[in-house]
Structure formats: C-alpha cells, structure tokens
Write a protein that binds this ligand. Structure first.
Ligand code: C2E
Ligand code: MG
Ligand code: MG
Ligand code: MG
Length: 282
C-alpha cells in the first residue's frame, strides 16, 4: 500500500513538472507572437508630487493578454523574456511606446520605464534609448529609468560607467524596490541615483506599527539627505498617505491615487488636471 502511494505521488509530481514546462513553452512562443502581432500593451500609473499634489510622472508597465490563457502578469512573463533573450526586443518596444505616449503629455510630466538587468548588460542600450527618444521626439530629461538593485550585484565598474552614460544623456535613474535587496545601502554610496522608490512591502503596517513607521521614515530621510527624490510605492490608503507625507516623502504611487490605466485614460487624467490647476492654486 505504502509502495503504491509512493508511486502515485511520484506520478503526480511528474505530471506537475510537465504542466509547468508546458506553460513555459506556451508563454515563450506566445510572447514572440505577441511582439510580432501587436499583442503587448502598455499601461501607465500616475506618480503624484506631495508638494504640489499633482501628477509629475507615470510609470509604464507592460501588459500581455494571451489569446487563450488571458492576462499574464509581468511577474510571470518578464523572467521568461529574460531567460530567452526576448527581453531586448520587448524592452526596446516599451521604451518606444512609453516615449511616444509621454510626448503627448504636458511638458512637466515624466515617464518612467523599467529596465531589466539583462538589458543593462548590453552595450547598445544607450543607442537603443537614444533612438527611442528621437523616434518619439521626447527630451531625455523627461525619461526616468527604473533599475532594481539586484542587477548591480555584478560587474560594478561597467554598471557604474553605464549609469554615468545614462545620466550623461540627461535621463534620470531610479533605484526600484529599494530596501528589498542585499546591498541597498552600499549601492547608494557607489551609484549616482536621482531617485529611490521604496518597495511597497514597507508600506504594509506603517499606519499601525511604530516599528514599521520608523523604518519607512529612516529610508525617506536617508534618500532626502542624499539629495534624491524619494517615492513611496504601493500607497493604498489615506492613512498610509498621511504617514508618508508626515515622514517627508517627495512623491507617491499606488492604488490610493490610481491603479495603472491605459494610455487614453492617462492622457484624459492629465488634461483634466491641467484645467483643474487654476482652481487649485486659487
Ligand atoms: P515595479 O516596477 O515595482 O512596478 C510596480 C508594481 O506594483 C506594478 O505591478 C503595479 O501595478 C503594482 N502596484 C502599484 N500600486 C500598487 C498598490 O497600491 N498596491 C499593490 N498591491 N500593487 C501596486 P505590475 O504591473 O504587475 O508589475 C510587476 C513588476 O513587473 C514590476 O514591478 C516590474 O518589476 C515588472 N515589470 C512590469 N513591466 C515591466 C517592463 O516593461 N519591463 C521590465 N523589465 N519589467 C517590468
Ligand atoms: Mg518599477
Ligand atoms: Mg517598484
Ligand atoms: Mg516593486
């Protein structure tokens, strides 16, 4: 009996592995198709200044609706794109799409695009970015690139050179998911970031737990004292917003203000804000 149970378990496990691999292959093929046939899209999440209470930037986030499987999260498909090298093509695609969208926004609103560690390692990255800006007619000062600290783990001299080259273009560079990596603090010393985005995991209990609030406050102070813009990610409630504001954070992003929205909605939101502005300042 024990023996047959063991066998059953084994077969179950094997079948599970198979399904995982199969899904991976389906997604890999599907991703190539999506890129070739306009199957990818981009949404934008507003980033709000706590000084002016207006939208000063938006983060471009990739979306993929698979014809059979439905919406696939970037958390699932980005790693597959990275492992298969498709990330270079889709990364270039979103840079262009985001830059084109931003070219229609008011001039003070920036667009932020996530860069994968894999893209960062390719020497033609600078040329790709310059080409995307040129194609869109967008000034470099209106582009922000978000880089998670994990990519900086290796090869620090060449990464530093690339970061300096990016800033040489006039592009801003943000450290994404700050606080979640192993070396957040040493990176701040080694690399010239314009901005840190404090990971949304730190937002969890800030309104109810003194310790959580102290940690968040220390991260904000650190960023501010280093002359960087500080952004709180994942702000979902008025209570969290109040804490983030009181701790001196520069900008916020999260469902409290807006979830990611499609390009037309983003444009409408910015237009509405523009016509609101006189009322607000009056
Ligand atoms: P990220 O760069 O840290 O982006 C923020 C993520 O948090 C987005 O998830 C956004 O929808 C989500 N979010 C925003 N506000 C809230 C909130 O108040 N509560 C909660 N629970 N979540 C919030 P999304 O779009 O699923 O993207 C997940 C990750 O996938 C991104 O994290 C980024 O690392 C990666 N990603 C997305 N698009 C791209 C892309 O074009 N290129 C690359 N390389 N990575 C991308
Ligand atoms: Mg990001
Ligand atoms: Mg982030
Ligand atoms: Mg994150």
């Amino acid at each position: 009996r024990a023996k047959s149970e063991g066998r059953g378990t084994y077969h179950f496990f094997e079948a599970g592995m198979d399904a995982t691999l199969q899904r991976r292959r389906t997604l890999e093929t599907g991703l190539r198709d999506a890129l070739a046939n306009n199957g990818l899209s981009v949404v934008f999440q507003p980033i709000v200044s706590l000084q002016t209470n207006t939208v000063v930037a938006a983060e471009a986030l990739m979306r993929w609706d698979h014809p059979q499987l439905g919406p696939i999260s970037p958390v699932e498909f980005i790693p597959i794109a990275e492992e298969t090298g498709i990330i270079h093509a889709i990364g270039g695609w979103i840079l262009e799409a985001a830059a084109k969208a931003a070219a229609c926004w008011p001039g003070h609103v920036r667009v932020a695009v996530n860069l994968s560690p894999i893209q960062f390692k390719r020497p033609d990255l600078i040329a790709t970015i310059r080409a995307a800006l040129k194609a869109a007619g967008l000034d470099a000062s209106r582009l922000e690139l978000e880089i998670t600290e994990s990519l900086l783990l290796e090869n620090s001299q060449s990464n530093l050179d690339l970061l300096l080259a990016l800033r040489g273009l006039g592009v801003r560079v943000a450290m994404d998911d700050f606080g979640t990596g192993y070396s957040s603090l040493s990176y701040l010393r080694a690399f010239p970031f314009d901005k840190i985005k404090i990971d949304r995991s730190f937002m969890a209990d800030v309104a109810t737990k003194a310790d959580s609030r102290a940690i968040l406050g220390a991260m904000i102070s650190l960023g501010n004292n280093l002359g960087m813009t500080t952004v709180a990610e994942g702000v979902e409630t008025a209570e969290q917003l109040a804490v983030v504001r009181a701790e001196g954070c520069t900008q916020v992003q999260g469902y409290f203000f807006s979830p990611p929205v499609d390009g037309a909605t983003m444009l409408a939101l910015l237009e509405a804000e523009k016509s609101d502005a006189p009322r607000k300042s009056a």
